[in-house]
Design a protein around this ligand. Structure first.
Ligand SMILES: C[S@@+](CC[C@H](N)C(=O)[O-])C[C@H]1O[C@@H](n2cnc3c(N)ncnc32)[C@H](O)[C@@H]1O
Length: 277
């Protein structure tokens, strides 16, 4: 097995351990506000100069897009898988009236940052917010604990989508909702992983895993989830993300090749929703 794909005792792959380790990726200027996602830009006027406020809004709006798609019940008990610095957990808490929000992440450094960033909120909310270490494929929770399982731009790292889907189905209560957003290949035509590895170093080094979006949808169905829906949101992700990146990177350089992969109909950004019967 290649070094970059090897896992440690916690199931964390080497590339994930390195990228989310001592260097805080969220501090890079292409991200902002503690988030680490490409953003949902529909609410941002791309004809006007973009600043940090617009960039933060795009990342918050990606969370709002997923939360709105989930079909949450009143006062839900929410789990986010791959919560990073927990900025999306804070949006959920502030805007969606949950009973409680749990942020789960595999990386201890990310959780340390989350707890530091939200120290005040954790104190003030007295148990309504918590951050827990664990893998998407082996969640440290009991059966039926959550009304909703969300995940934002983390599933591209999960080595085993079938295990993630099975765990999602297990920790959801009956009629609970799942909503996942991330980037996947549009189909399983042979050669997709190699095409992406040529364009994008994060696929070449094993951080991101090239899989068709149908792999997640099928895994949800196989895990017993119902009403599985796949929606492309790429038109509201890639142009804004690419425009933001153009401040630092010329066309045809990493990471602007994400847009190339989208326009070449290789990769897209999706929201996948389902519910537990
Ligand atoms: C791109 S960041 C997204 C963070 C956050 N959702 C956001 O939008 O700001 C991906 C996160 O997924 C976490 N992660 C990667 N693989 C994981 C796994 N197998 N189980 C749980 N978390 C994982 C990483 O540690 C990282 O914090």
């Amino acid at each position: 097995m290649a070094e970059e794909t090897r896992q440690d005792g916690t199931g964390m792959r080497a590339a994930v351990r390195e990228v989310y380790g001592p260097t805080d990726l969220s501090a890079q200027p292409m991200f902002a506000g503690g988030f680490i996602n490409f953003g949902y830009w529909r609410g941002v006027d791309l004809g006007l100069p973009l600043g940090e406020a617009e960039r933060v809004r795009s990342q918050e709006d990606l969370y709002r897009r997923v939360l709105d798609s989930a079909g949450l019940p009143q006062e839900p008990v929410v789990l986010e898988v791959g919560c990073g610095l927990g900025m999306g957990c804070a949006v959920t808490l502030r805007e969606y009236g949950p009973t409680a929000v749990t942020g789960l992440d595999i990386h201890p450094e990310q959780l340390r940052r989350a707890r530091e960033t939200h120290a005040e909120l954790l104190r003030a909310e007295r148990g309504r917010l918590r951050f827990v270490q664990g893998a998407a494929e082996r969640m440290p929770f009991g059966d039926g604990e959550f009304d909703a399982v969300l995940s934002v731009e983390a599933a591209q790292h999960f080595p085993d989508l079938a295990a993630f889907a099975a765990e999602t189905a297990r920790v959801l209560r009956p009629d609970g909702r799942a909503a996942v957003t991330s980037f996947f290949t549009v189909d399983d035509v042979p050669g997709r992983p190699e095409e992406l590895a040529t364009l994008l170093p994060t696929f070449a080094d094993g951080l991101d895993i090239a899989r068709p979006v149908a792999a997640l949808a099928d895994a949800f169905t196989a895990a017993g989830l119902a009403d599985v829906r796949v929606e492309s949101i790429g038109a509201d992700v890639w142009p804004g993300w690419d425009l933001w990146l153009s401040r630092w990177w010329a066309a045809d350089t990493w990471p602007r090749n994400f847009r190339r992969a989208y326009e070449g109909r290789v990769l897209d950004y999706f929201v996948v929703t389902a519910h537990r019967p």
